[in-house]
Design a protein around this ligand. Structure first.
Ligand code: 3HC
Length: 294
């Protein structure tokens, strides 16, 4: 059956203002996505410095777009004018949707969801961009689990088209539908996923990345593996380049969630991945991961 326009998800709830919690790579990218699409965005971070960092990153990205002739100075000011920063979560009281992009730590996230439940207005959609933790656990930290959903963006969020929309058994159908319609409005492609480890993409991607690490442990050079995959599969990056973009800490956390859910054989994180994390060689963000960026 061919989908018709009538089948496209509709915005069942008005979304005008979006809250983003976090100031890291994913949070910044997500703020940029919504602000560029015309939404007012309230960014909540732990310090004014971190909030300033988000604005600086977005400015840099907009400047790049100006250089390439895709944006003018007035449009840049409009996008920046849609951003409001706050170090207080209370600033989220009136937003229509919150996307949480803080640390991949369940205790940290459930504490936040408890707060969002207390602070956000009724009818606000509470979303998490977690890549490795159950959406159901975030939902269970609130008294409104039917309003909680996963919106899993990919890195770099302003560029990658995909958003995995993850529902639990409790998520209201209209929350799912609004979230998918919103993805389309901001230029993304939404796919539906159940609340299982790795959702769709990471469930397939991380065993491959982990296998690449194991292959390198057997003596094959990183650059050769990267070059082989780029040329053969036409991927924009080889596995080690991609691990360095994702961050080895994030990759290890995802691999461990896959191991927990699917067990052996094959899901045990490669020893070198653990070593990299222990050594603080997390990838581009620390200037050293599998490759060197200093
Ligand atoms: N923010 C905003 N824009 C960015 C950006 C960023 N961080 N990084 C790149 N861009 C833009 C550039 O401005 C450029 O835009 P233009 O072509 O319109 O001028 C465009 O993206 C291409 O960038 P570059 O020319 O600088 O470089 P590349 O062509 O090498 O592209 C890349 C960079 C988009 C990162 C590309 O290498 C790529 O697609 N890599 C794979 C990324 C990927 O697979 N991500 C998914 C990881 S898994 C994940 O996130 C899941 C999680 O749970 C772990």
């Amino acid at each position: 059956e061919t989908p018709s326009a009538d089948d496209a998800p509709q915005l069942r709830h008005d979304i005008a203002t979006v809250g983003v919690v976090g100031t890291g790579t994913m949070a910044s990218g997500i703020v940029e996505v919504f602000a560029k699409a015309g939404y007012d965005v309230v960014v909540v971070g732990r310090s004014d410095d971190k909030l300033a960092g988000v604005v600086k990153g977005i400015e840099k990205s907009l400047d790049r777009a100006i250089e390439k002739g895709r944006l003018d100075a007035a449009a840049k000011e409009q996008v920046l004018g849609r951003l409001t920063g706050s170090t207080s979560r209370e600033a989220l009281a009136d937003v229509d949707l919150v996307v949480e992009a803080i640390a991949e730590d369940l205790a940290v996230k459930t504490e936040l969801f408890g707060d969002l439940d207390r602070i956000c207005k009724p009818g606000a959609i509470l979303a998490t961009t977690t890549s490795s933790l159950p959406i159901g656990d975030c939902a269970a930290a609130t008294k409104r689990p039917e309003w909680v959903i996963g919106m899993h963006f990919f890195n770099p969020a302003p560029v990658m088209k995909l958003v995995e929309v993850v529902t639990t058994e409790q998520t209201l159908p209209e929350v799912d539908e609004t979230t998918k319609a919103l993805c389309a409005e901001v230029g993304k492609v939404a796919v539906s996923c159940g609340d299982r480890a790795g959702f769709i993409v990471n469930c397939l991607l991380f065993p491959y990345l982990n296998d690449a690490v194991t292959l390198s442990e057997s003596g094959v050079a990183l650059d050769e593996i990267d070059a082989a995959i780029k040329a053969e599969a036409n991927f924009p990056m080889g596995p080690f380049q991609l691990l360095d973009v994702v961050g080895n800490d994030v990759s290890l956390a995802i691999q461990e969630e896959l191991l927990k859910e699917f067990g052996e054989p094959g899901f045990e994180p490669a020893a070198t991945l653990r070593d990299k994390v222990a050594a603080g060689e997390l990838g581009r963000k620390t200037k050293k991961g599998f490759h060197d960026y200093s």
